[in-house]
Design a protein around this ligand. Sequence first.
Ligand code: ADP
Ligand code: MG
Length: 261
Amino acid sequence: MNAGPQIELAGIERVFHLGDSAVHALAGVDLSIDAGEYLSVMGPSGSGKSTLLNVLGLLDSPNAGIYRLEGRDVTTLSPAEQARVRSQRIGFVFQSFHLVPRLTAAENIALPMMLAGVAPSERAPRVEKALADFGLADRARHRPDELSGGQRQRVAIARATVMQPAMLLADEPTGNLDRATGEEVIRLLEELHHRGVTLIMVTHDQDIGARAHRRIYMEDGAIKRDSLRDGGPPLSPGPGAPGQEGKSQPRAADTRSGKDE
Ligand SMILES: Nc1ncnc2c1ncn2[C@@H]1O[C@H](COP(=O)(O)OP(=O)(O)O)[C@@H](O)[C@H]1O
Ligand SMILES: [Mg+2]
């Protein structure tokens, strides 16, 4: 067993070249995450949040730096080995669900098991259970375009977790959902976290971001704040921290103004 952090990023760089110009999507990211943590990642659009998640999920490779996952350097693995690690250890949930349109809910959920070579006899009961667990039993044969946004994201979460990954990466999982449906999806993700999975979630929503036990804030491809390192809740614009992203205003002054009603 690996006793160190589950995830260790050291000096991670990701540069995209567009014509003559280079975009440093990740510019020297160091990050260490223990198994079972619950992290939110916030920051302005273009700050590198998705790129960070893609690197963590082995969907993208850094140009420099080392990524150790469960003690093992995964940056130097072959694409086939990376795909294996991804399939066995990592679940990914996207803002726009990324379901396969022509497959039913049940088939979408079965897909990771098919790719991993799980026998059909074992797949069927696991799909049944996932459908039941996520309240989709009566939607098994529906295709994504026959499902609501919340149902689609539940299928996506079922698909992301059917291989029982050690970590779940969610990139703005509520971005395409209304508030109430988004809440429901967050509760599902948090329930999975309670069962032991490491949960790393990118969000634009201050309230959702604040629920995570550890909150990191990115800007220009770098981690500008990390509540574990810096202490305190760093994401709500408090006194002395002007100019931060986000619509929500500090409410304490409003609700505790002491004015008689
Ligand atoms: N595939 C790509 N090709 C070129 N530039 C990219 C690509 N992906 C991301 N970028 C650029 O990298 C920066 C970070 O992007 P991204 O990680 O998507 O930010 P965020 O998720 O925080 O909005 C942005 O400037 C974006 O335009
Ligand atoms: Mg993004």
